[in-house]
Write a protein of this length. Sequence first.
Length: 372
Amino acid sequence: ESATKGGFSSFMEKEIHDQPDAVRQTLLGRSDLNGNLTLDELRIDPEELKKVNKIIVLACGTAAYAGTVAKYAIENWCRIPTEVELAHEFRYRDPILDDNTLVVSISQSGETMDTLMAVRYAREQGAKTISICNTNGSTIPRESDAVLYTHAGPEIAVASTKAFLAQITAAYLLGLYLAQLRGNIFSGQIKDVLADLGKIPAKIQTILDGAGPLRELARSMANEQSILFLGRHVGYPVALEGALKLKEIAYIHAEGFAAGELKHGPIALIDEGKPVFVVVPSPRGRDSLHAKVVSNIQEVRARGARTLVIAEEGDEAVKAYAEHVFYVPETPTLLMPLLTTVPLQIFAAELAAAKGYDVDQPRNLAKSVTVE
Ligand code: G6P
């Protein structure tokens, strides 16, 4: 067993460190040097894909947060209305779908029963189905019209890490491919995004190499009862994922919130010493989102919170209000989840290990849930 852990203390630690490769392998061979996406494996008639007027992403758990990231990117690049839904809620609400609907399921295992049943239902209603999946030949891809495999390699730890980054990567490729087919964005733009994606593995490595202070903080927080996570735009699903990791392996109450929602309720939870992670958008981004999230940091700090900030390298504005800042390298806003998630995974794994828990086999959870 120690051999397969590659010298790491747990599979989860190994898989966190596998992430540069997971992203690299998922990108590999799927575009040419001119920035053309070549997803020949998709085996759905491109003419059919051009007719798609609605996308529904279906998944559970971590994969559903990858789906939320996908929504922001796909709508931005393709201008196709995109919904994300928890697979187990989907078919019980009489969803509206037809043969111009594309259902994208996301599943690491390809065996999650809730997701499988939702995909079956969507097919019965005539929708086209694409599976983003990490497990070759598993049931969900077999029952879908097409599959785009993530190449993260086998994920052993119950709490998903490298599969999440690979799912996001595959969803970006799918979004770019649809945009290319439909002529929504210029090939030059696609080429730029692909070049930025190509730089992600080295940037993840930088985060992994510089994680010492974050690990130290995590160990010092082993006795916390509750930790909150705030994020906005693509930082919102990252906040949800950061909270989920802590719940899963450290058994700490953790909640992720959309930062804009803070004033509508969650701010009442803030009291003296409450730890709050804030995932800050790039100061180079649009719509003054950066300033709004920085003021959220001020608001929680003014009420006594400990502010633990994930921000982009060079963002000096956050320093004044942060007890700790963890910087990630610069990257375009839509790609930021591939970087900002990593410190939150490391934090959860380190804290759970400090509590003496088995981070690979958390209580009450299964890697693949094959019952509804
Ligand atoms: C289980 C696992 C989660 C995972 C979810 C979806 O609940 O414990 O880590 O995110 O299933 O799994 P899937 O294989 O469909 O991605």
